[in-house]
Design a protein around this ligand. Structure first.
Ligand SMILES: [Ca+2]
Ligand SMILES: [Ca+2]
Length: 476
């Protein structure tokens, strides 16, 4: 870090040097991610029994984006899109086994922390921010546990599968007779707490990547005990939901046999309970970090951006996990508290994207926004959550399959041209596909202008297993 700074100071032009000079007035940024968290968050209303007091409290202090969507419904492409501000259809990063630095667009592109470092920030992190296999040391001045291994180990049960269901890979769950402090995510939160205990002497970007509720759902027993099994409410599922979906969508829904296995084992409630338990654990770790900020020397001195990388199905459309273009998989958690800009209790229902975080942060911090950055700054919604927005937002799954979402509609078009259209004003579960109804032709015509004009060829894979992100081996 020191040598890079020294180099920057020695070579920068005078104006840039001024911009790079650390300034106490620069905003610090706390950047928290939670892996695989859908809308089962109290303030998002996705599940009546979920326990997320800390997320709910954070949302109440700033703006909750209740209609936020990922750029891609799986880890690596979603996180690459967010960290570089580039759509999958532009970068070609569509799957979990494509190292994003092999994308011609992203090879030398600046990530969010790199852009902020150019504006004088110290940029550090812990845990899962980038997808696990591709930690990108050039993005960070320091990382925990290390620049090569971003995620700490976390305990597992002695015998697996702990749920007794054979053949489901890491779709496994069970209580651990361990304390919170034994968990990998506890260490990630601890590292962040240590940074927050130190008063900022120059602007800092601190990233805290919480891994749960990502599979497998092994968390301390006390979190399972919060949710008595018999009491668990299941999501609303229409058993005939796939009947009006084109073959391309049905194939995605049936890409694994999770639903068959879980319902066959009468384990639907047990699975939902394990997800709820893992969410409650993740929320507790976020709570520790937020309390450290509020009670420490930097209270009120950090902008907070919290996001999850995509949603998650628990049986809706007879599907489990992510990897779809439906609401359960594309909708994610996004909240921002920016002292002096946001007001408590803000709620923005405009359709926005994780891609929008990059230009939001460059606008807030004064960092230069690279030309590769797509997406729109959300600062106007931070100031006024009701500010108008005329455009839909885009999610892409594998090459050429896209979903557009605005405040009312979801319009999906697969690579083979097949379509789905859903009206959220009366069909929040997306059960009735309206795409073939002539009365909705105008809606489709208006929205289709926003499908990408190019679908970049897929970026080279790094592992050579040919998997496109739909199966357990590259779960992420
Ligand atoms: Ca994920
Ligand atoms: Ca249906």
């Amino acid at each position: 870090m020191v040598s890079r700074r020294a180099l920057l100071a020695a070579t920068a032009a005078p104006l840039v040097f001024c911009r790079n000079a650390p300034s106490a007035s620069r905003r610090n940024v706390l950047f928290i991610s939670i892996d695989d968290l859908n809308d089962w968050v109290g303030c998002l209303g996705g599940h009546p029994q979920t326990r997320t007091p800390n997320l709910d409290r954070l949302a109440s202090t700033g703006v909750l984006f209740s209609n936020a969507h990922c750029a891609a419904p799986l880890c690596n492409p979603s996180r690459a899109a967010l960290m570089f501000g580039a759509r999958p259809s532009t970068s070609g990063v569509y799957s979990n086994d494509e190292p994003y630095r092999k994308s011609p667009l992203l090879e030398n592109a600046l990530s969010i922390p790199q852009a902020l470092r150019g504006a004088g920030y110290t940029v550090m992190g812990a845990g899962k921010i980038y997808h696990g296999n591709y930690p990108d040391p050039q993005s960070w001045d320091d990382y925990w546990p290390s620049q090569q291994r971003n995620q700490p180990p976390t305990p597992e049960p002695a015998a697996k599968p702990a749920n007794g269901i054979q053949g489901s890979g890491n779709l496994d769950w069970g209580p651990l007779d361990k304390g919170d402090e034994d968990m990998g995510d506890y260490g990630v939160a601890d590292w962040t707490i240590k940074q927050l205990a130190r008063k900022s002497s120059g602007p800092r970007f601190l990233a805290c990547g919480i891994y749960k509720p990502h599979l497998p759902w092994y968390v301390p027993r006390k979190y399972f005990d919060l949710f008595p099994l018999d009491s668990i409410e299941l999501p609303a599922v229409n058993p005939n939901d796939l009947d009006d979906i084109p073959p391309a969508g049905v194939k995605i829904a049936r890409s694994n046999k999770d639903h068959q296995r879980i319902t066959g084992a009468h384990a639907w409630k047990a699975a939902a309970r394990a997800y709820l338990a893992s969410i409650a654990f993740a929320d507790a770790q976020v709570g520790r970090v937020l309390r450290a900020l509020e009670t420490g020397p930097n209270a009120g001195g950090f902008d907070i951006v919290l996001w999850s990388d995509h949603g998650w199905h628990l049986g809706e459309k007879l599907h489990w996990r992510k990897f779809t273009l439906w609401e359960e998989a594309t909708r994610n958690v996004l909240m921002m508290t920016v002292p002096g800009v946001t007001k408590p209790g803000g709620r923005c229902t405009r359709a926005v994207n994780l891609l929008d975080i990059y230009p939001t942060l460059t606008e807030l911090t004064g960092a230069r926004k690279p030309e590769t950055v797509e997406g729109e700054s959300l600062v106007r919604f931070l100031k006024n959550p009701q500010a108008p927005k005329g455009t839909p937002t885009l999610t892409t799954f594998r090459r050429g399959n896209h979903a557009l979402r605005d405040e009312r509609w979801r319009f999906i078009r697969y690579a083979d041209g097949a379509e789905e259209l859903y009206d959220h004003s009366n069909d929040p579960n997306e059960w009735e596909n309206l795409a073939a109804k002539p009365e909705h032709a105008a809606v489709k015509q208006r929205l289709e202008n926003y499908f990408p004009k190019i679908d970049a060829p897929a970026s080279p894979t790094g592992r050579g297993n040919g998997n496109e992100g739909g199966h357990a081996p590259v779960e992420g």
